[in-house]
Design a protein around this ligand. Structure first.
Ligand code: AMP
Ligand code: ZN
Ligand code: FE
Ligand code: FE
Length: 283
């Protein structure tokens, strides 16, 4: 029984359509999965339609909200949220609009550094989904400016890099509040990033309603997982996780279901959602 609670589609910067992702996950033996696109729930309808063709596959509605603090990025996942709520969708629409403006400025900033890529190509690569830096990175690879998506980040567009551009974002606490406001379960994504960054933010996020944190994540060694499990116990958080699969073929990419997330993690998430009155049945 494979569990994967962190997956991207063409609704943001994933390469597979929601239906293709569900098919791949099913082939990989995934039984519980969540689609968690950046600032978008546009992939969920297609995802649910595809999941219905697989008896025994449960798809959890999710989202990943990218937020920023002065010394780094913090991503907040939301599960079982009433994502159709109009006010919630309005917020997502405005976050995606700021991604467009920021993507354009990043292309300009790159050009001023001699890296000429076409904004139209970035838009094409985004396939109508939330525009993200991975789309910019892919255009840079296609143009022969860098050898890989990872090199594009490392040399130009990683947080604080020479072509990095900020955009309007929620604070981590606001993102947690937004998920709570639509009855969802907020969780901290890939907390092992900046040194001590997540740990510092945890007390405030927990007060805001944070309920879970990724422990089982691609590349997290047993000692890292043990440390994060300890933090979960201390703060009363559900340990969650997933592959963060994008389909970009990055060297560190793992397939859906390839991170060993205990079935108990999904069961506890489901139980908490039920306790909170979330609609846990497939729509
Ligand atoms: P954006 O949503 O435009 O801010 O882009 C965020 C996405 O870019 C993340 O979800 C990752 O997939 C990717 N990303 C962010 N930072 C890095 C990095 N330093 N190296 C590789 N990929 C990154
Ligand atoms: Zn992404
Ligand atoms: Fe993330
Ligand atoms: Fe992600």
């Amino acid at each position: 029984m494979q569990v994967d609670l962190h997956l991207h589609t063409t609704a943001s910067d994933g390469v597979l359509s929601p239906a293709e992702l569900v098919e791949l996950a099913a082939r990989q033996g995934v039984r519980v999965m969540a689609i968690t696109d950046h600032d978008s729930t546009e992939g969920l309808a297609e995802g649910f339609a595809a999941a219905r063709r697989h008896a025994g596959l449960r798809l959890i509605p999710g989202v990943e909200l990218n937020t920023e603090v002065p010394d780094g990025e913090i991503h907040i996942l939301g599960y079982f949220l009433r994502y159709r709520a109009p006010a919630f969708q309005e917020t997502l629409v405005s976050l995606r609009a700021s991604r467009l403006a920021r993507g354009r400025r990043m292309v300009e900033k790159l050009a001023s550094q001699g890296v000429r890529i076409s904004w139209e190509r970035v838009l094409e690569l985004s396939k109508g989904g939330a525009v993200g830096r991975p789309h910019v990175a892919q255009a840079m690879v296609e143009g022969g400016h860098v050898a890989s998506v990872q090199e594009a980040f490392d040399r130009y567009i990683a947080f604080g890099g020479p072509a990095y551009v900020e955009r309007a974002r929620l604070s981590p606490t606001e993102a947690v509040g937004l998920v709570v406001s639509v009855g969802g379960i907020p969780a901290l994504a890939h907390p092992h990033e900046g040194p001590g960054l997540a740990e510092r933010l945890l007390p405030e996020l927990v007060v805001a309603g944070l309920a879970g944190m990724e422990v089982y994540y691609k590349g997290y060694a047993p000692d890292v997982q043990a440390h994060l499990l300890g933090l979960c116990r201390r703060h009363g958080l559900l340990p969650l996780g997933g592959s963060d699969y994008h389909g970009l073929g990055r060297s560190d990419e793992v397939l859906p279901g390839a991170v060993d997330v205990p079935l108990a993690a999904a069961e506890r998430l489901l139980l908490l959602a039920k306790e909170r009155g979330a609609d846990v049945e497939v729509p």
